[in-house]
Write a protein that binds this ligand. Structure first.
Ligand code: ZN
Length: 166
């Protein structure tokens, strides 16, 4: 038997099962019934409030916490919304609210956008994350904690089962 006495800290590869609910109690995302999520703590891959709440926890810890919009996906920016002609999309592609596309940002960096309202001739694209402005309700179970390898730290993501494969 190998007991794991590690606790979550920056540079640890953490394996968690999680469920995310909104204020109405609806499940928005969950790993339950699927592979757990594997990430490196302290790399900014997850929202700040999540990493803060999980920091210092141990394998087997099972807990729930709230994350404010500020420490979650940020406040909504009503300016970060733009209408584009329907014709910029392929004709045979059905455009539905909530769909995600990639665009090139002002500095040439890739950015995600989400479809808001869809009109006959135009589509509203929203640069706000769909969960911007929302309080997030997480429940989390810590399944495993280990040190990140040098490669993982260099890449900024976990390798192996549940992580990246190259
Ligand atoms: Zn990698």
């Amino acid at each position: 038997m190998l007991l794991n006495f590690q606790s979550v800290a920056d540079g640890k590869v953490v394996t968690v099962h999680y469920t995310l609910k909104n204020a109405a109690g609806e499940v928005i995302d969950s790993s339950e019934g699927n592979q757990p999520m594997v990430y490196i703590q302290g790399m900014g891959n997850l929202v700040p409030g999540f990493e803060k709440a999980v920091n210092g926890k141990r394998v087997g810890d099972d807990f729930a916490f709230e994350v404010s919009a500020e420490e979650g996906y940020g406040e909504r920016d009503d300016e970060a919304v733009q209408a584009v002609p329907r014709s910029v999309f392929p004709k045979d592609l059905e455009i539905l609210p909530g769909m995600q596309f990639g665009v090139t940002g002002p500095d040439g960096q890739p950015m995600p956008v989400w479809v808001g309202e869809v009109h006959e001739d135009s589509v509203i694209l929203d640069m706000n994350h769909p969960l911007a402005g929302a309080v997030l309700f997480f429940s989390v179970r810590i399944m495993d904690i280990r040190d990140a390898t040098r490669d993982e730290m260099a890449h900024g993501h976990a390798h192996g089962p549940g992580g990246h494969h190259h």
